[in-house]
Design a protein. Structure first.
Length: 273
């Protein structure tokens, strides 16, 4: 039986007329699915910074799922840097798109270290390139080097730092923003002929950018072009070591604001039912 192949031109035309998709969301769901499959059924999971609608709860149907955030239908309604649970509680901690919204990211990572069981993992995503959002609670963007420093300072062994999406995903996002943000009024570009040329280009390029955004977003879902540090978001997988001798930074936390080291004391807390 012969399979029918789609002509490249036909495939391109279909892509042009598809709606724009946020490839980061596709890759993010795949990342969380990987996290869920990395632990046995019945494992106790914490979704740290789960959001009001806890959108990834359904991926943990085979596990015991708990969530934390400052609002919403969550298990623990609290500051993520001060979770009301005992030490070494969770088999897996997942945190997606939270770290840019906390004023003290080091304190949050140290807290997630505290509540994670030894030899278990934290799976986290956070942006490198993205417009301001949820203002005024949008504080940071992270390089892979900054993330490694924060995690290792908390005592984690960093096992993986990778791009969530590829450059095509970043480009698709930039093009989508341009398709709705390029100014179309000459006054936005100044005065004279350059201003009119700028307005004409802005008006012409908006629909072109919208079409290209669709193309590149679908290309990014199919295959990630990575390795140049040009992603929108980074993924981190980090393990809490069993051997205390490997936790050289667990008891000495680097203070990013002052540049000084402070001893971090584990605080005993009672369990919340």
């Amino acid at each position: 039986m012969t399979s029918l192949s789609v002509h490249p031109t036909t495939a391109l035309v279909k892509t042009l007329f598809r709606p724009y998709i946020n490839s980061s969301r596709v890759h993010l769901e795949r990342f969380v699915q990987r996290a869920a499959s990395s632990v046995p059924r019945g494992s106790l999971i914490l979704d740290a910074g789960a959001g009001e609608s806890t959108p990834y709860r359904h991926l943990f149907r085979q596990h015991r799922y708990e969530s934390a955030d400052i609002s919403g239908n969550v298990t623990y309604k609290c500051d993520i840097s001060s979770l009301p649970v005992e030490n070494d509680r969770f088999d897996l901690v997942v945190s997606t798109q939270l770290l840019e919204h906390v004023p003290n990211p080091q304190a949050v990572i140290c807290e997630l270290f505290r509540i994670l069981k030894p030899s278990r993992q934290l799976w986290l995503t956070t942006p490198l390139f993205y417009e301001e959002h949820l203002q005024p609670y949008d504080f940071f963007r992270y390089t892979r080097f900054g993330l490694r420093r924060i995690f290792e300072s908390a005592g984690f062994c960093v096992e993986e730092i990778t791009e969530l999406e590829g450059y095509c995903g970043t480009l698709a996002y930039q093009l989508e923003v341009a398709s709705r943000s390029l100014p179309r009024r000459p006054a936005s570009y100044g005065r004279g002929l350059p201003a009119f040329l700028g307005a004409a280009l802005g008006t012409t390029l908006r629909p072109a950018c919208a079409i290209l955004a669709r193309v590149y977003s679908h290309l990014d879902v199919q295959n990630k072009v990575i390795g140049a540090g040009q992603c929108k978001n980074y993924c981190v997988i980090a393990m809490k070591p069993v051997d205390r001798s490997l936790r050289g930074c667990a008891t000495e936390v680097f203070n990013l604001s002052s540049g000084e080291s402070n001893v971090a004391h584990t605080r005993p807390v009672s369990n919340v039912e």
